[in-house]
Design a protein around this ligand. Structure first.
Ligand code: PGA
Length: 252
């Protein structure tokens, strides 16, 4: 974020329209657009807006999608799997081709081989626009705060705060998978352009630490400060830690 580009919207709905317009630019500007996609509540307004553009004539048949992560042990038919989420919110509502969709397989017998396969997919399809949400602990994808951030796709043990936060989607906290496959930070940082989205007051503190704080492996999103083309897309609540009383961006 050497040139920090921050956009603050009144509502997540408005923010979603802005991000969909960015995606449309990428999609229209090349024959083989590759979108890196995220799950969670945050990108839903973006997907709704992209579906809206598709209904108004935006052709997505040439788009390749590469998702950030998937729970280990949930089949794509499970309502809380990220494959299911993506079909529900985007793929089933557009003309993105099934063969152009890439999501880690959390049911693979050999998870190490699956991670290597996924890195091959990413190598073959360099990402033009990467969409990211952020966890309350600063994770991007499922790159959790740690002493070290891993560059390649890997299996990760979810942190207790991530399990607690994601429990809202499951009947019982015991049902939340404890492990996931996630793209590593190298693939994220190699994207041409990155959009980090966050909404709500519970994200204000981590957004301030990620944008204005030191680059630290225990605040994984802070690594985005090393990228040359990041746009941080917020609502007023998630942006509240970034600006002083006069509305100026606080000093780092
Ligand atoms: P959320 O999750 O969009 O549901 O808040 C974001 C994340 O954990 O990356």
């Amino acid at each position: 974020m050497q040139t920090v580009n921050i956009r603050v919207f009144d509502t997540p709905h408005d923010a979603g329209i802005y991000v969909a317009a960015l995606a449309e630019q990428v999609i229209q500007s090349r024959p083989d657009p590759v979108l890196g996609l995220a799950t969670g509540s945050t990108p839903i307004p973006f997907y709704d807006a992209l579906v809206g553009l598709h209904r108004c004539g935006l052709d997505l048949s040439s788009v390749t999608t590469i998702n950030l992560d998937e729970y280990i042990g949930l089949p794509p038919t499970h309502e809380q799997s990220y494959a299911y989420f993506m079909h529900r919110h985007l793929f089933s509502r557009t003309n993105i081709r099934p063969e152009n969709i890439h999501i880690p397989n959390g049911m693979a017998d050999d998870l190490v081989a699956e991670c290597a396969r996924y890195d091959d997919v990413i190598r073959q399809h360099p990402i033009h626009l990467q969409i990211l949400g952020i966890g309350v602990n600063g994770h991007i994808g499922f790159n959790e705060p740690d002493d070290l951030l891993l560059s390649k796709t890997h299996v990760v043990e979810l942190r207790p705060e991530t399990v607690r936060s994601n429990a809202r989607f499951f009947e019982r906290i015991e049902d939340v998978p404890r492990r996931a496959i996630t793209m590593g930070v190298q693939a994220i940082l190699q994207a041409d352009q990155i959009v980090l989205m966050a909404f709500g007051p519970e994200k204000a503190d981590i957004i301030a630490r990620s944008v204005l704080g030191e680059v630290r492996t225990d605040v994984p999103a802070s690594i985005l400060q090393l990228h040359k083309r990041v746009t941080v897309v917020l609502d007023r609540a998630s942006a509240q830690g970034l600006f002083d009383e006069s509305g100026r961006l606080r000093e780092k």
